[in-house]
Design a protein around this ligand. Structure first.
Ligand SMILES: [Zn+2]
Length: 309
């Protein structure tokens, strides 16, 4: 596979959304029951509720519960997950999935449950990160109720960070699936695709999951070739982003296109085209739109646009 040493990295100009957590995760204290009980009793503990993947918002800000506010629906011990300390205050996620309706859970001040993806791009950095962390852990717990080794029920341990099998004793840990996401560049143009599951008119970077036995660079080249037939040479790492929708870790790259012709699309991709910087800067005028402002895909494009010599 050709390698081109002159392909210079495009550096991230600001942190990705869902990164920049203010939490000290204190992972080494999760199994300390006395420590966790003390944190639970803290008068100023912060609670991030998750109901059916949704977080609680008041206007355009996260709406956390105080511990006192959780008393009305008293979540069971197993539904609390310790996330860490935010300055001097412990932070917990609480899983409300067992409630059929969210109405009885609302604090009555106008706060409502909604998908973080609708607000992720404008939430304060720390809040977006905490809500994404909470959502990812609770999703993982909900999918780890039975042991993948022996099929017995699992129970949360270590303040929610381990799912322990009651049969064979295997401890299951939270998973993040690595996915490569790449902006392929050739001269002044970038390769963007429209997947059939995307909103109408949206073109984004190509992406795909890393397969077993594959390096990140190999995954980038394989995915681009599979989806568009374009050959990729040098691959340059940009940044990463937790993407708990439901459980990915996005690994972002710029990649050098060695060929231009888009020869085929796989079933997932409805269209792929080369776009100039001018087209990307004025996407609407050119009849398309870029991916959401919270996505690393958008950052890969924006940092390329800003990198023009
Ligand atoms: Zn088991």
């Amino acid at each position: 596979m050709p390698q081109i040493d002159s392909f210079s990295p495009i550096r991230p100009r600001r942190p990705n959304v869902y990164t920049g957590s203010p939490l000290d995760r204190m992972a080494e204290r999760r199994a300390d029951a006395a420590f966790i009980a003390e944190a639970r009793a803290h008068p100023h503990a912060i609670v991030a509720p998750i109901w059916r993947t949704q977080s609680l918002f008041l206007g355009q800000a996260a709406r956390f519960f105080s511990v006192a506010e959780t008393a009305s629906f008293s979540p069971q011990e197993e539904h609390w997950i310790f996330l860490g300390y935010w300055e001097q205050r412990p932070v917990f996620a609480v899983d409300l999935n067992q409630h059929e309706e969210p109405q009885g859970l609302l604090p009555g001040d106008g706060a409502a449950f909604a998908d973080i993806r609708g607000l992720g791009g404008i939430l304060p950095v720390g809040e977006a990160s905490i809500l994404a962390y909470a959502r990812g852990l609770i999703h993982w717990q909900s999918r780890t109720r039975f042991c993948s080794v022996c099929g017995s029920p699992c129970v949360p341990q270590s303040a929610g960070h381990v799912m322990h099998c009651t049969g064979c004793g295997t401890d299951h840990f939270p998973r993040s699936d690595p996915a490569v996401i790449m902006l392929v560049l050739k001269e002044d143009r970038a390769l963007l695709g429209h997947a059939s599951r995307f909103p109408e008119g949206m073109y984004s970077t190509l992406a795909g999951f890393v397969e077993p036995g594959e390096s990140l660079e190999e995954a980038v080249r394989r995915e681009v070739a599979e989806e568009t037939g374009v050959m990729v040479g040098a691959v340059s790492y940009h940044s990463s982003q937790p993407w708990p929708f439901p459980q990915s870790l996005m690994l972002g790259f710029h990649a050098e296109g060695l060929s231009e012709e888009i020869t085929f699309h796989d079933a997932e991709l409805a269209d792929a085209r080369w776009f100039t910087r001018d087209q990307c800067r004025n996407a609407e005028a050119h009849g398309f739109r870029l991916p959401g402002p919270d996505s690393i895909a958008r950052r890969l494009i924006e940092d390329w646009l800003a990198d023009e010599a």
